[in-house]
Design a protein around this ligand. Sequence first.
Ligand code: ADP
Ligand code: ADP
Length: 217
Amino acid sequence: MRLVLVGPPGAGKGTQAEFIAAHLAVPKISTGDIFRANVSQGTPLGVEAKRYMDAGKLVPDEVTINMVRDRLAEPDAAEGFLLDGFPRTTPQAAALDKLLADLGTALDLVLELVVDDDEVIRRLSGRRTCRGCQKIWHVEFDPTTTPGICDRCGGELFQRDDDKAETIAERLREYASKTAPLIDYYGAQGKLVGIDATGPVEDVTVRAIDALRSYGG
Ligand code: ADP
Ligand code: ADP
């Protein structure tokens, strides 16, 4: 299955992507994770992306599209994938459609995680990520047994630089102006399914998998 997860920053895309990708047995491809890996390795792509990420802005389309094109060309994505955080603009969505059409295929479904702004701000301001295994935690909603230490791998947790109040506000503006139009874009293609992404993580996963099932996933 070829699936896209869309929703505002903090909607729970990364959290749900892990479970959904495992359920579908497809790779989870997160552009945010790929950018952050490049930033921590100090690659030229990472140096360029960091300027935008720190400001809460989207990385330019051309850079992002080229990166995703390379990733989708890897063999593990041949039979299906779950894209988390891409596309985020209409030109990215059009480029993805074209890329898949050239391969003789197409997206199956776009799952929208629906959460209001107040909840998103609560989620982002308490988000912590493991340096070791990248698992996503929350200080209040999904805390580790020992504060600051990952329950899964024992790694150290950190707060992302872009999860500061002023950067969060800019990311939400970017979402409203550049990413929200994708809802109409995919709606017009008949590929959009929205689910309520509030409540416990497990409940959201059940809703997501039910939605996929009703579309053959
Ligand atoms: P979140 O999980 O909070 O939505 P991500 O980890 O997906 O954030 O992305 C972090 C940052 O990486 C974004 O704010 C943006 O700067 C950059 N980024 C990720 N995906 C894209 C994309 N598809 N287009 C442009 N920039 C992106
Ligand atoms: P995104 O990838 O959309 O930016 P994340 O998956 O990183 O979102 O989730 C943002 C924060 O919200 C994380 O700290 C995560 O633990 C928390 N979170 C995710 N889903 C839920 C939920 N259903 N209820 C409460 N908190 C959640």
